[in-house]
Design a protein around this ligand. Structure first.
Ligand code: DQA
Length: 143
C-alpha cells in the first residue's frame, strides 16, 4: 500500500513557526515516528511552498497510490486549482489541518478543497496526520 503525505506552504517551518498553534515538533521528527508505526505501508512525505508543485505531486501519485493526506496550508482557503487537481485524480485525498481551523479567523473555516476530498480532519495537532492514515485504511477495508 502506498500513501503520500503532502504538506503545503509554511509547513516546512513546523517546530519553528507559531509554536502555540502548531507545536514544538518538526514534521521530520513526527514523520520518523509515524513511519515506524506503519511498517506494512509505504508512507512517503512531500512538502512544497509552491502551489503548482503541489498540483504536480497530486498528478504524479494520483492514479497509482492508495491514498493522499493533504495539508494544503493557506492554499486550502484559496486554491481552485488544487481543488481541481484533487477532483481530477482517482486516489482518495484526506484534507488535514493541525489546528482547529474553525476556532480561528473566520477565513480559515472556508475550504476550497473540502468538497473534493474524502473527508477532513482538523484540530488534533500533528496527530491529525495519523488519524487521516487510519481513515484511509478504514476506507480501504470498507471497499
Ligand atoms: C493549517 C491551517 C491553515 O489555515 C494555515 O494557513 C496553515 C496550517 C493547519 O494545519 O492548521 O498553514 O493548514
Amino acid at each position: 500500500m502506498n500513501f503520500l503525505i503532502i504538506n503545503g506552504p509554511n509547513l516546512n517551518l513546523l517546530g519553528v513557526r507559531e509554536k502555540s498553534i502548531y507545536g514544538e515538533l518538526s514534521f521530520e521528527s513526527y514523520f520518523k515516528d509515524l513511519k515506524a508505526q506503519y511498517h506494512n505501508i509505504n508512507l512517503e512525505y512531500y512538502q512544497s511552498n509552491i502551489e503548482g508543485e503541489l498540483i504536480n505531486e497530486i498528478h504524479r501519485v494520483g492514479f497509482k497510490y492508495d491514498g493522499i493526506v493533504l495539508n494544503a496550508g493557506a492554499y486550502t482557503h484559496t486554491s481552485i486549482a488544487l481543488a481541481d487537481a484533487i477532483a481530477a485524480v482517482n486516489t482518495p485525498v484526506i484534507e488535514v489541518h493541525i489546528s482547529n481551523v474553525h476556532k480561528r479567523e473566520s477565513f480559515r473555516s472556508k475550504t476550497m478543497i473540502g468538497k473534493d476530498c474524502l473527508g477532513t480532519i482538523a484540530g488534533f495537532g500533528l496527530n491529525s496526520y495519523r488519524l487521516a492514515i487510519e481513515a484511509l485504511l478504514f476506507g480501504l477495508d470498507e471497499r
